[in-house]
Design a protein around this ligand. Structure first.
Ligand code: 13P
Ligand code: SF4
Length: 305
């Protein structure tokens, strides 16, 4: 299948983008693998006419929003992130009425429609810098409650309004699971994604996005780590650090939607160039405003480093 994929990619002028949470064998055949921010940024830099996304719907939508002239294809059209739907447009409008100067900050794990009603997008790796750079005092953070609360804790000068969305994968990692893993591996630092609940973040040694966890583990002198995020990350962690050990905290670190992406589906999508991500031009243009704003602010912050 690998050879077939390589041949089809060239024949059909396709670049494959994959998130770290898909299976290792799919990460291996992808041209670009990354966390949500890296993939959104890279999607604007590719030369191929077709982008095949191995990830969930909101990622494919973001690639399409940023690249209206390219054909964006999903490896599985039903791979969707439940959290991406967890705020009502009516709620956003209500908060806007209550706080006229509010900035609606939208985690990229959201539908194109929610983005269209927001002021700026963020990912877990750039949320802190972007919210900090906003002039607004009031911040309505959607849809993820946990990431919102984590960022709020780092920015006491802002007034956050929270929403009750959550990632069922990260919130199923319980404090008790982490404590049990710590007992078994007392020397291993705990590396945690900010989509986890506050009590888990409190007992963690490092909190960061998928890429930040990878960088931390790779650059650390420690030899073993407890990992609190989706298990797909173990593939790259082990590739980059063959001499280090990585422990999960149980069997629940598994995103069933990310795992819908299989090699067979990749081949099929390459053969047919379907299913294509379709967005109306009106929606695309509206959703592009906060997404492009995120990329601009993040680039400025990177340049200033
Ligand atoms: P990041 O890629 O920003 O770490 O997000 C994690 C996630 O849940 C993606 O679905
Ligand atoms: Fe959504 Fe969580 Fe799966 Fe990421 S890991 S796609 S946030 S359900």
């Amino acid at each position: 299948m690998r050879e077939q994929i390589e041949r089809l990619k060239k024949e059909k002028d396709v670049v494959i983008l994959a998130h770290y949470y898909v299976d290792g064998e799919v990460q291996e055949i992808a041209d670009i693998v990354g966390d949500s921010y890296f993939l959104a940024k890279k999607a604007t830099e590719v030369n191929q006419q077709n982008i095949l996304f191995c990830g969930v719907s909101f990622m494919g939508e973001s690639a399409k929003i940023l690249n209206p002239d390219k054909r964006v294809i999903m490896a599985d059209e039903f791979a969707d992130c439940p959290m991406a739907h967890m705020v009502e447009i009516e709620r956003i409008e209500e908060v806007r009425k209550e706080y006229p100067d509010v900035a609606v900050v939208c985690y990229v794990n959201s539908t194109a429609e929610i983005k269209a009603y927001s002021d700026v997008c963020v990912t877990s790796s750039n949320a802190l810098g972007i919210v900090k750079a906003l002039p607004n005092k009031h911040i309505f953070f959607v849809p993820d409650n946990n990431l919102g609360r984590y960022i709020a804790g780092l920015l006491p000068e802002k007034n956050f309004i929270f929403n009750d969305g959550f990632c069922h994968v990260h919130t199923s990692i319980h404090k008790e699971n982490v404590e049990a893993a710590k007992k078994l591996h007392p020397d291993a630092p705990v590396l945690t994604h900010p989509e986890c609940t506050e009590d888990v973040l409190e007992i963690s040694d490092f909190i960061g996005s998928t890429s930040e966890i990878l960088d931390y583990a790779t650059n650390s002198d420690a030899k073993e780590f407890i990992i609190c995020t989706e298990m797909g990350i173990f593939f790259e962690l082990e590739q980059k650090n063959p001499d280090k050990k990585f422990y999960s905290v149980g069997h629940r670190q598994f995103c069933p939607n990310m795992k819908k992406i299989t090699m067979e589906k990749v081949v099929q999508a390459l053969e047919t160039l379907e299913p294509e991500v379709i967005l109306s031009e009106e929606l695309r243009e509206k959703a592009n405003v906060p997404l492009a704003k995120m990329l601009t602010i993040a680039k400025q912050a990177e340049a200033a480093k």
